[in-house]
Structures are given as structure tokens and as C-alpha cells.
Write a protein that binds this ligand. Structure first.
Ligand code: PLP
Length: 231
């Protein structure tokens, strides 16, 4: 049974995305909506799937793994968007088709697999998370390290470099932060013209992200409603 309020919120966000794309002179077809379902039960993910959602985002490995296993029959595209421990990387690679939080060379190395066979297995879509603040404690590679990290991904056959990812800092207008991110995306495309994706935009800043060129929106609470307390 699908909750009509969930359907209405999904529809509102889809309409908001279409409006923002139009205002930016872009086509909504260029945009992938990833519904962030963290802390919500698997039943919410299956309700979203019934409404046509194919792309879902999770930020904690154990929770993501459990839901992906339970819902394997739905064949969803699971996006891993949170901090990923090196020692969990290989496990996350079994269910995640995209990882948005590639932020260090050790993590790239942990995702490498000498037995990887491109004839039978798709590589994982890799987004390089860039830190848009001066605080090294926040997630993401410092902008100065972007090219080195990208080269490492390009040398790793299990990964396909897709683009950049970032979370806008709270302490500055999102549009300014996303403008910097667009510049990092250009730097990445100078290395690999195929790495065109920009993963940016959440519930409160997806309009600004679309205006700045985002291609992958990670939207949670505007669609799912308030998150339960993390367990
Ligand atoms: C939780 C989360 C989101 C979604 O946040 P909302 O504000 O609920 O839309 C997006 N990206 C990341 C990395 C997150 O952790």
C-alpha cells in the first residue's frame, strides 16, 4: 500500500526539479533524482519503488547492505553517499552501483580487485567527494588533491570515474559553494572528458544546485518526510 502523502511529496519535488531546470535553461532529462532513504525502513524504499523510483541513496554501510539484500528483487540502483570505511569498501561494492564519497586514495585502492573481469561485471560509478570548506575534518578531498585522486580512479578498472560530489557548507550561500564545485568539475573534465557528473543538491539547496549544473540530486526529507532517529 502506498502512502498518498509520500506520493504527493515525491510529485512536488519532481515538479520543483522540473521548474528549477526550466529556470536554468536545462532539460530535466539531464537530472537524476536519488531519493535518500537513510534511517527509514526497507518498506519505505519499496513504497518509493512502487511509485517509480529507481535510484536510492544510503549513507551507512550496514543499514544500506541490509536494505539492499532485503530488496534485491527490486533491482534498484543503490547509491552510497556517506563516509565509507576502507575495510567496508569491498562489501559496499557488492550492492552499490554508485559511490559518491570517494575521498582518498586508500579507499580507491580498497575498491580495486585484481580478479575484476570487465567482460562480466560493470564497474562502479565513482564520484569524487570534494570538501567545500577549509575544515579538513569535513568529508571530501581538499580541492588541491582532486587530480591525484582522479588519476588513481582512472587507473582502477573496478571504478568508472563519473564526476564530483559535494555537500554545501552551512556557513555560506549554497550558490557560491556550488559555483566552486562547477569549477572543480571543469578541472576533472580536463583530465577525463567523460567525467561530466555533478552530484549536488539536497532538500534545502537543490534549486541552487540545478542552477549551478548539478546532474545528480540527493534529496531525502522533502520526499521521505522527517527521518526517524538513527538507531
Ligand atoms: C542525508 C543526506 C542527503 C539528503 O539530505 P536531505 O536534506 O534530507 O535532503 C544528501 N546527501 C548526503 C550526503 C546526505 O547524507
Amino acid at each position: 500500500m502506498t502512502d498518498p502523502a509520500l506520493a504527493a511529496r515525491l510529485h512536488d519535488v519532481q515538479a520543483g526539479i522540473a521548474d528549477a531546470a526550466r529556470a536554468a535553461g536545462r532539460s530535466a532529462d539531464e537530472l537524476t533524482l536519488i531519493v535518500v532513504t537513510k534511517f527509514h525502513p526497507a518498506s519505505l524504499v519499496s513504497a518509493l519503488a512502487e511509485l517509480g523510483v529507481r535510484d536510492v541513496g544510503e549513507n551507512r554501510h550496514q543499514e544500506a547492505q541490509a536494505k539492499a539484500e532485503e530488496l534485491a528483487a527490486l533491482d534498484l540502483h543503490w547509491h552510497f553517499i556517506g563516509q565509507l570505511q576502507t575495510k567496508k569498501a569491498r562489501q559496499a561494492a557488492r550492492y552499490a552501483r554508485s559511490i559518491h564519497s570517494i575521498d582518498r586514495e586508500r579507499l580507491v585502492d580498497a575498491l580495486a580487485d585484481s580478479e575484476f573481469d570487465p567482460a562480466t561485471t560493470e564497474p562502479i560509478d565513482a564520484f569524487l567527494q570534494v570538501n567545500l570548506t577549509e575544515d579538513p575534518g569535513r568529508g571530501g578531498v581538499a580541492p588541491a588533491g582532486l587530480e591525484a585522486l582522479a588519476e588513481r580512479v582512472l587507473a582502477t578498472s573496478t571504478l568508472r570515474l563519473r564526476g564530483v560530489m559535494a555537500v554545501a557548507p552551512l556557513e555560506e550561500p549554497a550558490a557560491e559553494a556550488f559555483a566552486r564545485l562547477a569549477g572543480y568539475s571543469e578541472r576533472l573534465r580536463a583530465l577525463d572528458p567523460a567525467a561530466t557528473a555533478i552530484s549536488a543538491g539536497m532538500t534545502h539547496d537543490y534549486v541552487e544546485a540545478i542552477a549551478a549544473g548539478a546532474t545528480h540530486l540527493r534529496i531525502g526529507s522533502a520526499i521521505t518526510g522527517n527521518r526517524p532517529e538513527p538507531r
